[in-house]
Ligand binder design. Structure first.
Ligand code: ADP
Ligand code: MG
Length: 614
């Protein structure tokens, strides 16, 4: 007798169940997929006992007749392929006819279904893999699948389940994911008879996004533009990044309509959002990737949750590029909202008004330069400031000069350099926030974050052009370096020069700094050099293509942070206007290089509601 034997269907189903049915949420996912494949416009899910006691999915799809009900629980039975279908179609669509029999092998499965053209429906019951009875039964058009006592015959599997909360979370996730792929279908979830999710049928992905993420609007619309030659396209909506994005509000990715988990895509999105995410922040939202089916393999994972791309590097580049381009468009829209500069067709270069410390200083202790941290309060009296005549300023809490109460002055609408096209400065709050009025909006700017972004963008641009302006120090500064730092100063002298430093060895541990990057020249020289050398230690050597390596980038960001006006610095109106002009001329300004928001606007309506005027 041969040693090799065929597995019984029963055993094969149980093995398949081990792969397909990992937890109650997998049941929900498979049943939802079937309902949607059947064209349902309404799907409701009921769960008891975190899904192990009962999962019931009710749909109004096309239903099945008696024969099909029986066939559907047969292994490898599917209506979605025909005998002569090509295997690659199976591979791309992932129909295997495995879900129902697998689920039925580890539970009590009851199917009740009726197609539109039949008077009565069919009820079939399967108990742990064995058919337990089929008969006619009355029911509405569509299908009801009940899965009871899941894993009742595989207690070991049941033990691996997590807490009820976790299992319910995954069930909810499965529904949210599908809901984003099928915006025209209504979804609901009841847990122990209590409504948990109720998503009405929608017309647009945006509406569904707002339902699913429980928000009023999106932060960033991602749109890759016209599909390329091969039809690849990315679109979706992202939320404002938040420090602790709620677990349910993570990034959901759909590839050709299928929710998938994909690290590569996630990574590409993070890269595209580069310098808009704070440490520890994760992007949240929904992204739909449409890609020719022959470019992906969905069958890597039995539950089709993971996919493989044929050219994954290209997909990565495409996604990072599309996200980045969307950020750029978003910046332009904020710019035109706040500054009424319609688009960037004039280019940031032509409207750019760099925020630089003005005159070269002869020595470190020279008088305060514009935006130098040592700058003290300046007089509001000296500078005319549009809008000040109506706004009564109250001295800010913690002001440098408590006795100093600024007096509003007449406006000077002819001040061309500071024409911020309709942006009217109201004042500075807590020595940190710049308040401006713009049409029907209150615009609040975080002065440190804004200035940091402006300097950072300038440093990046200059670095990329190999042209960071240097500030020659009239009196060179001696700095002590550790042997490790000295080694970097020697081996990376080119990089130091590119960054605007001119450093020479003087003797022993002493080095002499003759020039520093002009934009940060008011920062303590020794501190600046030490930090730069530490930064270079972890930064790969410069890249000839003008790409700024990650390490250099964070170096530039920390330089910008050091050089920017601090929270608590009292700014003169002309400094504020200069900063706002700098923002307007900067490519990106909505967030600081660490991802903290720079600008927040409040609609007049919103403010009126505070005071019950709305
Ligand atoms: P697959 O979805 O890969 O075809 P399944 O085991 O999930 O395999 O389902 C088997 C078949 O049962 C489907 O191809 C479909 O014809 C039928 N079916 C399952 N669920 C439904 C449903 N809710 N409405 C209509 N037909 C269904
Ligand atoms: Mg299926």
């Amino acid at each position: 007798m041969s040693k090799i034997r065929l597995l019984s269907d029963h055993l094969a189903n149980q093995i398949a169940a081990g792969e397909v049915v990992e937890r109650p949420a997998s049941v929900v996912k498979e049943l939802l997929e079937n309902s949607l494949d059947a064209g349902a416009t309404r799907v409701s899910v009921q769960v008891e006992g975190s899904g192990t006691r009962l999962v019931r999915v009710v749909d109004n799809g096309e239903g099945m007749d008696g024969d099909d009900v029986l066939l559907s629980i047969e292994r490898h039975a599917t209506s979605k392929l025909f005998e002569n279908s090509r295997l690659d179609a199976i591979a791309t669509l992932g129909f295997r006819g495995e879900a129902l029999p697998s689920i039925g092998s580890v539970s009590r499965l009851i199917l009740l279904s009726r197609p539109a053209d039949r008077e009565t429906g069919t009820r079939a019951e399967m108990r742990y893999g064995r058919l337990h009875g089929v008969h006619e039964a009355g029911c509405a058009q569509g299908t009801i699948v009940e899965v009871r006592n899941l894993f009742g015959n595989v207690p070991a599997r049941k033990k691996f389940l997590k807490t009820a909360r976790t299992e319910l979370f995954h069930i909810e996730e499965a529904i949210r994911n599908q809901s984003l792929a099928h915006v025209h279908t209504a979804f609901s979830l009841e847990v122990e008879g209590r409504s948990v999710l109720d998503l009405p049928a929608r017309k647009t992905l945006k509406e569904r996004f707002c339902d699913t993420f429980r928000c009023r609007d999106y932060w960033l619309q991602v749109e890759s533009g016209d599909p390329g030659e091969d039809g690849t396209r990315l679109h979706g909506f992202l939320q404002q990044p938040e420090p602790s994005a709620a677990r349910g509000n993570r990034l959901r990715i759909l590839v050709n309509g299928r929710p998938v988990q994909d690290r590569m895509i996630r990574h590409a999105v993070v890269e595209g959002l580069h310098s808009f995410l704070m440490k520890g922040q994760a992007p949240g939202g929904v992204l739909l990737l449409e890609i020719p089916p022959d470019q992906v393999d969905v069958n890597v994972h039995p539950a089709k949750q993971e996919i493989r791309f044929r050219h994954s590097q290209e997909v990565h580049r495409f996604i990072a590029g599309a996200v980045n381009e969307s950020v750029r468009r978003y910046q332009d829209s904020v710019r035109s909202d706040v500054f009424a500069v319609p688009d960037r067709s004039t280019g940031p270069e032509t409207i750019r008004q760099p925020v630089r410390p003005p005159a070269p200083r002869s020595e470190k202790s020279a008088g305060p330069s514009l935006f130098s941290p040592s700058r003290s309060a300046s007089s509001w009296e000296e500078v005319s400031c549009r809008g000040m005549q109506t706004a009564e300023r109250i001295p800010a809490v913690g002001s440098d000069q408590p006795g100093h109460s600024p007096r509003p002055l007449p406006a000077d609408p002819d001040e061309p350099a500071e024409d911020l096209t309709g942006l009217t400065l109201v004042g500075q709050l807590f020595n940190l926030y710049l308040l401006c009025e713009k049409g029907d909006q209150l615009v609040v700017v975080d002065q440190h974050a804004a200035h940091e972004r402006v300097i950072y963008e300038e440093l990046r641009r200059d670095y990329r052009q190999r042209n960071i302006p240097r500030q020659h120090l009239m009196f060179p500064v001696s700095v002590e370096l550790s042997s490790g730092q000295a080694a970097i100063a020697e081996s990376r002298s080119n990089d130091l020069a590119l960054l605007g430093f001119q450093v020479e060895h003087f003797g022993d541990a002493t080095w002499v700094v003759k020039s520093v990057p002009a934009l940060v020249s008011h920062v303590d020289t020794a501190e600046l050099l030490h930090e730069t050398l530490e930064g270079l230690r972890s930064a790969p050597a410069g890249d000839a293509r003008g790409v700024i390596a990650g390490g250099i980038d964070s170096l530039l960001a920390s330089m910008a942070c050091k050089a920017a006006v601090k929270a608590g610095n009292r700014l003169a109106p002309e400094e504020i206007l200069q900063l706002l002009a700098g923002m307007r001329g900067t490519g990106f300004f909505s967030h600081c290089p660490h991802g903290r928001p720079v600008i927040k606007t409040f609609a007049r309506r919103e403010i009126e509601q505070w005071f019950k005027r709305g």
